[in-house]
Design a protein around this ligand. Structure first.
Ligand SMILES: [Fe+2]
Ligand SMILES: [Fe+2]
Length: 150
């Protein structure tokens, strides 16, 4: 598997979790569980993606601007997650803020798939893209563990 398919698999999970959370209401067990799952997934994915994929893309003059932009978006999402974590899930504002985060997540993964992947495919060989997927799979479990403990 190349890095593109591997990342797409996570992106689809993120899309599904965003939809599932939108269908929940109030401070319920379901919303709490789904939110925890999404929060861990977003943070662990972003960290492993930066370590395995963006670090390589950053080394290429053609990839630097895009990489900076994407890392900035990761940071924005982290800040939005922190805000949500500190809000009462029962309050209406929680869903308003969540919808903003979900919008950002979808924009981000769409952009990665539509703009970054084609660009990276011009830069990396298939072999390199496979190595990056392996690296991603090595890094992600450690990031999940770290986020689960947070
Ligand atoms: Fe990303
Ligand atoms: Fe991603």
């Amino acid at each position: 598997m190349q890095i593109y398919e591997r990342l797409k698999k996570d992106h689809d999970k993120q899309r599904d979790l965003c939809d599932a959370i939108k269908a929940t209401g109030g401070d319920t067990e379901k919303r709490n569980n789904l939110w925890k799952e999404l929060r861990i997934e977003l943070e662990a994915h972003a960290s492993a993606e930066e370590q395995a994929f963006y670090s390589e893309l950053m080394k290429e003059p053609d990839g630097t601007d895009e990489t900076r932009h994407a890392v900035e978006e990761h940071q924005e999402m982290t800040e939005m997650i922190e805000v949500l974590d500190n809000l009462d899930m029962d309050a209406g504002i929680w869903m308003k803020k969540f919808e903003k985060l979900a919008h950002k997540v979808i924009h981000h993964v769409d952009e990665e798939e539509a703009e970054f992947f084609p660009k990276a495919k011009e830069i990396f060989t298939k072999e390199e893209a496979k190595d990056m997927a392996e690296e991603f799979d090595e890094r992600k479990p450690a990031e999940v563990k770290k986020q689960s403990a947070a």
